[in-house]
Write a protein that binds this ligand. Structure first.
Ligand SMILES: NC(=O)c1ccc[n+]([C@@H]2O[C@H](COP(=O)([O-])OP(=O)(O)OC[C@H]3O[C@@H](n4cnc5c(N)ncnc54)[C@H](OP(=O)(O)O)[C@@H]3O)[C@@H](O)[C@H]2O)c1
Length: 292
């Protein structure tokens, strides 16, 4: 019987990249791959890309046990909201009841004694996963290249951020997905491991210079004060508790008071056998999106 893997957040940035990486294994019958879909539109999107969707909604706990039936390993990925706590608890309870063996959790990079809420919440999910007796792999990524890229695609002459001239460390969804996919396919060597994920440390001005070089047009970094972030996120409709924590973390980074803000690690190379993807390679791979 092939191992059955459920990817939550399968229509999102990291979950979507993980689905794409695991697809050849599913097509070859080495694994059975299920992508969580909370709506008919999400299910349709997954089907269109050749994936098998399963109905799964963190806000509808009754969907969880059926989706987890017979599942061996889960990629647990939650959104940018304090709901991540109750969503994770519900998934872990349902997974326990269905006999799931291994949980790969997408958290965030921070010191173990971090005072910032959203990092602390991720660490509480890690502790709960361990205490419930699952086999586990904790992923702790730092800044996503994809988040900046998605904004850049909308306005390809600038990038805007709130950490001033601080150097921060970066990871792409492709690298997160590669480490997640390895840990889901073959959990044994990755069980009990916490994987910090950040391959390159650059200031936003340095990122803008790379984008300028790769796209062959001027790209400017427009720094804004960290105090602007919360009101902007409020205007965009972000969930306030998560947004407030994110804004505090960004302000601490701007002041140079965030431990590990610019830390880099060889996790990707150790787990996948190939070097991690830096900003230049990432931008070259995505450049075609600008033309479209
Ligand atoms: N951005 C960063 O720099 C950064 C850094 C470190 C860690 N992180 C962590 O990364 C995580 C987010 O990852 P991401 O950017 O890949 O997420 P994302 O692109 O925003 O995708 C979110 C996914 O969750 C699904 N979802 C939302 N609500 C749901 C519900 N009620 N039930 C089931 N599925 C639901 C969405 O499905 P639909 O398509 O149906 O909406 C989508 O597939 C967060 O935990 C964050 O803390 C981010």
């Amino acid at each position: 019987m092939p191992r059955r893997i459920l990817v939550t957040g399968a229509t999102g940035t990291v979950g979507g990249a993980t689905m794409r990486l695991l697809k050849p294994d599913a097509d070859a019958g080495r694994i059975e791959l299920l992508g969580a879909a909370r709506s008919a539109e999400s299910a349709e999107r997954l089907t269109r890309h050749g994936f098998s969707p399963v109905t799964f909604d963190f806000d509808a706990p009754s969907t969880m046990r059926p989706a987890l039936e017979g599942v061996d390993a889960v990629f647990l990925l939650t959104g940018y909201s304090v709901d991540m706590l109750v969503h994770s608890k519900r998934l872990l309870d349902a997974a326990k009841a269905e006999g799931v063996g291994h949980i790969v959790h997408l958290g965030a990079l921070a010191a173990d004694d971090t005072p910032f809420a959203h990092f602390a919440w991720h660490q509480l999910v890690e502790r709960a996963t361990e205490a419930m007796g699952f086999s586990w792999t904790h992923l702790r990524p730092n800044f996503f290249m994809d988040t900046v890229w998605n904004g850049f695609v909308q306005r390809p002459d600038r990038i805007v951020h709130f950490v001033g001239g601080r150097r921060v460390s970066w990871i792409s969804s492709d690298d997160m997905a590669a480490v997640a996919a390895e840990s889901l396919r073959n959990p044994a060597p990755h069980a009990g491991k916490t994987y910090p994920l950040a391959v390159e440390a650059l200031t936003f001005a340095e990122v803008a210079a790379i984008l300028s070089e790769v796209t062959e047009r001027p790209v400017e970094y427009r720094p804004r004060p960290a105090s602007d972030l919360f009101p902007i996120m409020q205007k965009m409709g972000a969930e306030p508790l998560y947004a407030a924590s994110l804004a505090e973390g960004v302000a601490a980074t701007e002041r140079g008071e965030m431990p590990l803000a610019d830390a880099v690690f060889d996790t990707v190379e150790k787990v996948t056998g190939r070097p991690g993807i830096g900003w230049r390679e990432f931008a070259l791979k995505r450049k075609a999106e600008l033309a479209s």
